[in-house]
Ligand binder design. Structure first.
Ligand code: SF4
Length: 405
């Protein structure tokens, strides 16, 4: 019998060879293999019971489906678009971080939410779900390198310096991207600030400038710069706070002149895209539509035809006429899925080196099987729980975002 996984991975043998080629990125092939054979497993959460390490993809699928059926409506599985196919197939709801936050908030019946995404998303789900709902992350090592660039202590120090330098001459409103620790969401909640996603960043800038004179935006400099520029703020009025340098590397005069102070953070996956890749795509595919995520660099966004969140990218490609071609600047699992589900169009990733978000990739089906089978035995594994004070203030910041028109 041909398994679901074999159906979904044409050319598996060829991909396996590529997977074992020492000269390619270990995640290049994007094929299901037992957890112990994942090249990067050594740096992932290791306390998963040994019995899960060598289980075949087919057997994992059978066990996950059995546990899922047993748990029924008590469980909801949320899946971010950047998850691999072998994980996203189990999601009751898929989406970007904004859409998944809305799904988490809307859960009325579930006792458990299993969040197939990264740590900050599961924290937001815990904050937004009703009390008593228990949120789990399959693999606790699935963080976000961008979120990690905004260490809360560094942000608190930056805030003190910036507000001290301005001495009440201007009011600063902090905006944090969804991709940040819950403690930073609480920090902005306490200071009239707001959370944003790539779907609604412009609206959060409008919110902030209706209440203050300047924005401190963290952790993604590119989303902040692209949003500010689109709203008419000149580049020279957006300065970069380098958290590795004393006083962010800025003078008081630079802080006074700035409209937006951008945190020096970035997404390792989206920062790979370049103008050269766009030029190459246009040379090789005349008439191609180039669409990129706003976490890409400013010059890449300027060179592209369209910019948008993952939800916007999906909609643009889905609604495009048959025969059109698309070069997409976002995470490869999503691009591959778009290509597979839109066979009447030519869809490819702008970056020829296929490299997925390495932390999203840490959600392997073995972790799902472990956590779900634990739940069937009454054990909650890898629970994400935000303390009450952090929850209270981060909820304020998240609800400001969810209330935006
Ligand atoms: S794609 Fe970038 S921003 Fe998104 S989780 Fe991965 S590292 Fe973080």
């Amino acid at each position: 019998m041909t398994t679901l996984i074999e159906h979904r991975v044409p050319g598996r043998e060829m991909l396996l060879n590529r997977y074992n080629d020492p000269d390619t990125c270990p995640t290049d092939a994007l094929i299901p293999v037992p957890l112990v054979e994942e090249k990067a497993f050594i740096s992932w959460q290791q306390d998963i019971p040994r019995e899960y390490l060598a289980v075949s993809p087919e057997e994992l699928e059978r066990r996950i489906r059995a546990a899922r059926a047993y748990l029924g409506e008590r469980l909801v599985i949320l899946g971010h678009h950047y998850q691999r196919d072998e994980v996203i197939q189990y999601a009751d709801f898929t989406g970007d971080s904004f859409k998944l936050a809305q799904h988490a908030a809307a859960q009325e019946r579930a006792e458990y939410v299993l969040f197939c995404g990264v740590h900050f998303m599961a924290e937001s789900a815990d904050i937004l779900t009703r009390p008593g709902v228990r949120v789990m992350l399959p693999n606790m090592a699935a963080g976000c390198s961008m979120a990690d660039m905004a260490d809360p202590d560094d942000v608190y120090a930056a805030w003190d310096h910036i507000t001290g330098a301005l001495r009440d001459s201007a009011k600063v409103i902090p905006i944090t991207y969804m991709n940040s620790a819950a403690s930073l969401k609480a920090f902005v909640g306490q200071r009239e600030g707001i959370v944003c996603t790539s779907s609604n960043a412009a609206k959060t800038f409008e919110y902030a400038f209706a209440r203050g004179d300047k924005v401190l935006f963290f952790p993604d400099q590119h989303l902040g710069r692209n949003t500010g520029y689109e709203m008419g703020i000149p580049l020279d009025q957006m300065v970069l706070w380098n958290w590795r340098m004393p006083n962010g590397g800025l003078t008081t005069e630079q802080i006074e002149r700035a409209k937006v102070i951008l945190w020096q953070g970035h997404c390792s996956t989206h920062q790979r895209f370049s103008v050269e890749q766009i030029e190459k795509a246009r040379r090789e595919h005349p008439g191609v539509n180039v669409i990129v995520h706003p976490e890409t660099r400013w010059e890449v966004v300027q060179a592209a035809d369209q910019v948008g969140s993952t939800e916007k990218i999906i909609k643009a490609v889905r609604e495009a006429p048959a025969g059109s071609s698309w070069a997409v600047g976002t995470e490869i699992n999503l691009v591959n899925r778009l290509a597979n589900t839109n066979p009447d169009k030519t869809i490819f990733c702008l970056d020829p080196v296929v490299c997925p978000c390495s932390t999203m990739y840490r959600i392997h089906p073995a972790y799902l099987a472990w956590v779900l089978e634990g739940l069937t035995q009454g054990h909650v594994i890898n629970e994400i729980s935000v303390d009450d004070d952090t929850r209270k203030w981060s909820l304020v910041a998240l609800e400001r975002m969810l209330a935006l028109p």
